[in-house]
Unconditional design. Sequence first.
Length: 451
Amino acid sequence: MTHDVFISHSSKDKPIADAICHALEEAKVMCWISPRDIHVGEDFEEGIMRGITNCRIMLLVFTQNSNISKHVAREIANASDSEKIIIPFRVDDAAMTTKLKFYLNSTHWLDACPDYQEKFTELIHTVYNRLGRELPDQKQREAEAKAAEDARAMREAEEKATAEAKAEWLSEEYISEFELFQKSAEQGDADAQCNLGIMYEHGQGVNQNYYKAFEWYQKSAEQGYAPAQCYLGYLFHLGQGVNQNYYKAFEWYQKSAEQGFAIAQCNLGIMYQSGQGVDQNNSKAFELYQKSAEQGFAIAQNNLGVMFQSGQGVDQNFFKAFEWYQKSAEQGNADAQFLVGFMYGDGEGVDQNDSKAFEWLQKSAEQGNAPAQYGLGFLYYNGEGVNQNYFKAFEWFQKSAEQGNADAQFELGCMYRDGEGIVKDKSKAIYWFRKAADQGNSEAQKYLNDL
């Protein structure tokens, strides 16, 4: 892919280079910047040469760090040999080395001291001028942001209509099943009694009624039916259809778990871990999670991963944590998918891989996991594991923010403030900064004070 500008910088100045890249790409200037644009598995030096070859302009982020960097000096030499346009962007007043003077002595410099961000507009104009293009006006950028916002609204409307149609079809199916289960349940069939309880609990084929669910679970559980014992414990645990009682919940979970019912083993583990209805005991929690996880129960596999990652009830082991998270994630558990993505992003328990991080965060985010939605927005915003896309970043930050994620609320405020991926709107920026600040986000409070 051909880019407009190669950004040459010292790795120590990455935050400055990223900010410059961000400003240029917001103005529709395609940038090549390391390490973002180095292909997975590609030799670093070969990637740099490819980037220089495929760009028309080299932008040097000149600082004390880049001034003494051998890598930067080689990049400037290659750009000069290839007759590329070189634009030095001076961020501090370091004295230029002899080697750089050789290549840049007759080159016009853009002086950005002491506040380089104030020179972004001039930099953008300079780049457009050297590329021989006309700078798009503010109205055009706002129109593009508005079009993206309209497209998002249209997708959400389509998704809502599809969900409503599916719900109507399922309702008809459930009514038929409910009638069949009811007949068998009234004749004392434990399996049917349990299924009738499930339908009452979830409002499938009948109006939701926790009291009726409790009644039918109890009939089935008293016959020794393990699933019903577990679900009866769950109602006691949450206080649905009956007064909340952790001791009763523990009792029924235990009866079910002793029969090997994986969900009950996991729920019993949760009670041991939290100390609800029983003395807190991480070792017992680990033991029960392991029994359940080995039967393939995804939630237990995820919880087992958490215990290995945190070292609760077992020696800390990131590799084991990743192994169990992955088993759970492959079954579609959104929490585990988020944690697999997180570990790929950090290189914890597995080799660091931004593309894999993106893949798993996307799976989790599409199931509505708020931390994953924030993480996906972060990757789109920074172009890590995916091409940088502020519109997509905004979309995922918004989904996460609406679920109450404070970090996403802060990022959404920043995007409204700066007009990134959305039309600039000070009132909405304040709204989201306030939401984040109310949850203790100090950066959001700082920006509120500034606004």
